[in-house]
Design a protein around this ligand. Structure first.
Ligand SMILES: Cc1ncc(COP(=O)(O)O)c(C=O)c1O
Length: 399
């Protein structure tokens, strides 16, 4: 059965929305926006059923860590629920500065700025620095927040094939590189594919073209590098990257985002980034949770060790079942099914067996790459992994 997810034509916006709603109603299975009734680490409850969460970005499993929970609670009691405004006006607080100093020092950067969402941080990291007339080279598969930042910047954008330094060089050579400032926008770990950026080769090209480099390390921070210092650190290329941005909602068990770089660059962001200037600041409890999670990351290496043990075991199991993991090298592991129908039935079979994953279909992924996105956490126990293996074997049979 073909599953028509997106209505193609409409003459008014209301008509488009009505057609979309009718499609969803007819299908009665839209696998998005499912609200869990309970969550305890990687155990969640959906429609009264206990499921193993295999799709969260809580890589280190710190959302229930006692130190993290207690820090968030204490901040809430001390500061209340909200900073009540933007950092640029009335919303700057001591806890923002404390978190920024900790993040900057962990990343070996002079300065850092935190936002209320990773999306805002990464968008701002691009939009604040690139301007009309600049030339930006971007990996085709970067996250939508970076594309939005590029659109807002009105800079000229040239895309190169995903994680392909040779194509980056070809595109750069064919571009009008005359005298305009140039930027490179990439991710450290690509969240959908689980690929690690080929940073040494990519930076060699970036250096040749004097590109200012923005690296979104939402999925590399806390996962790669010395003690989780991220992708640039993993390759010992910290000095080559001008701006590292990312999210506090993955390894740091919170919500919010950060942009880190030299003091001069972060001051520029603070006075030129519209999202930085005009959006309310990160809340006290979320800042405190991220700050405590960063302490845990630095003092309890067992979480990162466990994450990688789990990742290796899980990826090997998927391969033994003949599943296509798109060459993932990280805890973000896609299972490529190739069509939205196969992806849907695979997703459904996993859930039948008590495993929650996320379906990602075109246009969120390239055509023919419709997939199930899974992500491993340090909190998955051996028993979880065994149950996940059984569910995968069942889903393979089912499709
Ligand atoms: C690569 C990347 N950048 C930025 C973001 C935005 O982060 P947040 O969800 O914390 O707003 C995400 C979120 O999934 C992401 O995957």
């Amino acid at each position: 059965m073909a599953l028509p997810f997106f209505p193609k034509t409409a003459t008014t916006i209301r008509e488009r929305c009505r057609a979309d709603a009718a499609t969803k109603l007819r299908l009665r299975y839209a696998p998005y926006y499912l609200a869990m009734e309970a969550q305890a680490g990687v155990n969640v409850r959906l429609n009264g059923r206990e499921l193993i969460m295999l799709a969260s970005n809580d890589y280190l499993g710190l959302t229930t860590h006692p130190r993290v929970v207690e820090a968030a609670r204490a901040a809430l009691l001390k500061w209340g629920t909200s900073p009540t405004g933007a950092r640029s006006s009335n919303g700057s607080r001591a806890y923002h500065l404390e978190l920024e100093e900790k993040l900057a020092s962990f990343l070996g950067r002079e300065a850092c700025h935190v936002h209320a969402a990773g999306y805002l941080s990464c968008l701002s990291a691009v939009a604040a620095f690139a301007q009309k007339g600049d030339l930006v080279f971007a990996d085709k598969n970067i996250h939508s927040c970076l594309w939005d930042g590029l659109r807002l910047s009105t800079a000229t954008v040239e895309r190169f094939s995903h994680n392909n330094p040779d194509d980056f060089r070809t595109v750069a050579m064919a571009s009008d590189i005359a005298s305009s400032p140039k930027m490179l926008v990439i991710e450290g770990v690509y969240s959908m594919e689980g690929h690690i950026a080929r940073l040494p080769e990519i930076m060699a090209v970036a250096r040749a073209y004097q590109c200012f480099t923005v690296l979104d390390d939402a999925h590399g921070f806390g996962v790669l590098g010395r003690g989780g210092r991220g992708t640039a650190d993993h390759f010992n290329l910290n000095a080559d990257v001008d701006i590292v941005c990312g999210s506090l909602s993955k390894s740091l068990a919170s919500t919010g985002g950060f942009v880190a770089g030299s003091r001069e660059l972060i001051e520029f962001l603070r006075t030129h980034g519209k999202q930085t200037i005009f959006s309310a600041a990160l809340s006290p409890s979320q800042a405190a949770a991220a700050s405590a999670a960063l302490d845990v990351l630095q003092t309890e290496p067992q979480h990162l060790i466990r994450l990688w043990q789990n990742t290796k075991k899980y990826t090997a199991m998927l391969k033994s079942l003949g599943l296509d993991t798109w060459g993932s090298e990280t805890p973000a592991v896609p299972i490529v099914l190739g069509t939205k129908e196969r992806a849907y039935y695979f997703w459904q079979a996993l859930q039948e067996k008590g495993v929650f994953t996320v379906m990602s279909i075109a246009p969120a992924v390239p055509v023919g790459k419709d997939l199930i996105r899974t992500a491993i956490s340090a909190q998955h126990s051996d028993e979880h992994l065994d149950r996940i293996a059984d569910a995968m074997a069942y889903a393979v049979k089912k499709i």
